[in-house]
Design a protein around this ligand. Structure first.
Ligand code: ADP
Length: 447
C-alpha cells in the first residue's frame, strides 16, 4: 500500500474515533441538552473539522502538483536548454538506434525520438501521454513501476503495424531519471527491436533439434547392427556382410551430414572466401555430369548439357561445382526412369542465369517457398532413401548469395522442376561473352 493510502485510512479512523468520543462526552456532560441544540452543536463541530480536512487535502495536492511541475520543468529545461548542450543532447537522442521515450512524473511524454516512432509505428502523429505511444498494459506497468519504486524495470512487448501488419518484438528497459539530489524526475524508456534475435534463437533451437534427430537414426542403426555382430552374428557370414554394409551406409550418411553441416556453417559465417575466375561453363557442367553419370545411369536418367561452349561465367570454381552437383544430383534423384536432366544458361541484364530442369514428380506449390530451408523435405522417406541430408539446397542458396546472386525454383507437379541460379556478371573485360552458338552435349543414360 502507498504512503498516501495509509494516511487516508489513519485519517478515517481518527475521524470515527473523534466522533465516538465526542458523542460519549456530550451525553455524559450534558445529559439534559435538547435535540435541536445537540444537532446545532454537532453541525458546527462537523463543519469545522471538514474545513480543516479539506484545507489539509488541498494543501497536500497543491504540494504534489507543485513538486511534479517543478520536476517537469527541470526535465524540460534539461531537454530544451538552448545552446550547444541542447544540440548535443538532441543529436545523441536522435542518433541512437534504440527508441527513446522520456516521461515526467505525471506520465506526460516529454521527449520521443524518431527510432521510437518507427519501432512503435507512430508515424508523425502527436504524442502527449504515454497512452498515445502504446496501449499495451506491459508498457504502462513498467513505467508506473519505475515511478513507484525508483528501480529499473524491463518487459517484452509485441507491436503490429505497417501495411502488412507485421509483428515486431520489442524489449523495453525503463529506468528512473534523476536530475537533482537523487530526486526522481521521470522515466527513460528504451525500446530495442529483438525480433531478429528471437527469430535467430528459434532457428538455432530448431537446427539443433533437427541435427540431433538426423544423427539419431543412423547412429541407432549402427549401434543395433554392431551389437548383433558382437553377440555372435559374425559367425553367420552372409548376414554379417549384409550388416556391415548397413553399418557402412549409415556411417556414410552421418559423414555426409556432418560434412554438410560444417560446410553450411562455414558459408553462413562468411568464413568461405571466393576465388572468382572466368570459367567455361559448358566444360564445368560436363565435369559435373561425369561424376554423376553412374548414378544417372543406375536410375535411367539422361543428362543434357545445352550450354554454349563459349559461355564464361565469373565464379569460384569449387563453389560453382558444388552448386551444380547439388542441383543435378537432386534432378537425377527426383526424376523417373527414362527422364531427363537439362542444364542451360542465358545472360540477361548484368546477370547469368543457370537453370537445371528435370522431368521428375515436381514440387507442390505450398512447398516451393520452403525447399531452400535447412532440413526441409517434400517427401521425407524418398529423400532419406536417396541418401539426402536435407541441406543441399540450403548450401546452394547460401553459395549463390555468397557470389552476390540468388537461387530460385519453379515447378509443375507431375511435369518437373526447374532450379535456377542467378550470378552477377563481373565487369572484367571479356569475362562474360554472350553465347554465339548453342552446343548440346548429351549424356545418354546407360540403361
Ligand atoms: P535432400 O538431401 O533431401 O535432397 P535438398 O536440400 O537438396 O535435400 O532438397 C530439399 C528437398 O527439396 C528434397 O528433400 C526434395 O523433397 C525437394 N527437392 C529438391 N530438388 C528437387 C527436385 N529436383 N525435384 C523435386 N523435389 C526436389
Amino acid at each position: 500500500m502507498t504512503i498516501q493510502g495509509k494516511k487516508i485510512i489513519l485519517a478515517t479512523f481518527a475521524v470515527v474515533a473523534f466522533f465516538a468520543l465526542y458523542e460519549t462526552a456530550k451525553t455524559l456532560l450534558f445529559p439534559r441538552m435538547g435535540v435541536v441544540t445537540s444537532h446545532f452543536i454537532t453541525t458546527i463541530v462537523v463543519g469545522i473539522i471538514t474545513v480543516f480536512i479539506a484545507r489539509y487535502v488541498v494543501r497536500q495536492q497543491m504540494h504534489l502538483l507543485h513538486e511534479r511541475e517543478e520536476s517537469n520543468q527541470r526535465l524540460r529545461d534539461a531537454l530544451t536548454k538552448s545552446g550547444r548542450d541542447e544540440n548535443l543532447l538532441r543529436s545523441i537522442v536522435a542518433s541512437v538506434a534504440e527508441g527513446l521515450v522520456i516521461t515526467g512524473r505525471d506520465s506526460n511524454v516529454l521527449l520521443i525520438n524518431d527510432a521510437a516512432r518507427t519501432l512503435l509505428h507512430l508515424g508523425q502523429r502527436p504524442v502527449v501521454r504515454l497512452t498515445d505511444i502504446s496501449r499495451d498494459p506491459h508498457v504502462h506497468r513498467a513505467f508506473a513501476k519505475v515511478l513507484a519504486s525508483g528501480e529499473r524495470d524491463e518487459t517484452r512487448i509485441e507491436v503490429r503495424g505497417g501495411p502488412a501488419q507485421e509483428k515486431r518484438i520489442l524489449r523495453l528497459h525503463a529506468a528512473p531519471l534523476r536530475l537533482h539530489d537523487g530526486q526522481l524526475d521521470g522515466v527513460v524508456g528504451a525500446f530495442i527491436d529483438i525480433s531478429k534475435l528471437e527469430m535467430l534463437e528459434r532457428v538455432r533451437q530448431e537446427f539443433l533439434s533437427n541435427v540431433s534427430h538426423e544423427l539419431r537414426t543412423p547412429l541407432a542403426a549402427i549401434t543395433a547392427y554392431t551389437e548383433t555382430l558382437l553377440d555372435g552374428g559374425l559367425d553367420d557370414h552372409d548376414n554379417s556382410l549384409r550388416f556391415l554394409h548397413t553399418i557402412h551406409r549409415n556411417a556414410e550418411r552421418m559423414r555426409a551430414l556432418v560434412s554438410d553441416i560444417s560446410e553450411l556453417s562455414a558459408i553462413e559465417s562468411g568464413a568461405v572466401s571466393l576465388r572468382l575466375e572466368r570459367l567455361p561453363l559448358n566444360q564445368l557442367v560436363n565435369d559435373v555430369f561425369s561424376g554423376l553419370l553412374p548414378r544417372a545411369s543406375q536410375l535411367g536418367v539422361s543428362l543434357k548439357n545445352q550450354i554454349a561452349e563459349d559461355l564464361y561465367v565469373s565464379a569460384d570454381r569449387r563453389r560453382l561445382e558444388q552448386i551444380l552437383v547439388n542441383l543435378v544430383d537432386n534432378a537425377i534423384k527426383f526424376n523417373r526412369p527414362g527422364g531427363h536432366v537439362t542444364v542451360n544458361a542465358c545472360a540477361a541484364d548484368d546477370q547469368h542465369l543457370i537453370t537445371v530442369r528435370d522431368t521428375g514428380p515436381g514440387i507442390p506449390p505450398e512447398s516451393l517457398p520452403r525447399v531452400f530451408e535447412r532440413f526441409y523435405r517434400v517427401d521425407k522417406a524418398r529423400s532419406r532413401e536417396a541418401g539426402g541430408t536435407g541441406l543441399g539446397l540450403a548450401i546452394v542458396k547460401h553459395l549463390a548469395r555468397a557470389h552476390g546472386g540468388e537461387a530460385y525454383v519453379t515447378s509443375e507437379v507431375g511435369a518437373g522442376s526447374e532450379f535456377s541460379i542467378k550470378l552477377p556478371q563481373r565487369t572484367l573485360a571479356g569475362l562474360t561473352e554472350l553465347p554465339s552458338a548453342v552446343s548440346e552435349t548429351s549424356y545418354a543414360a546407360k540403361l
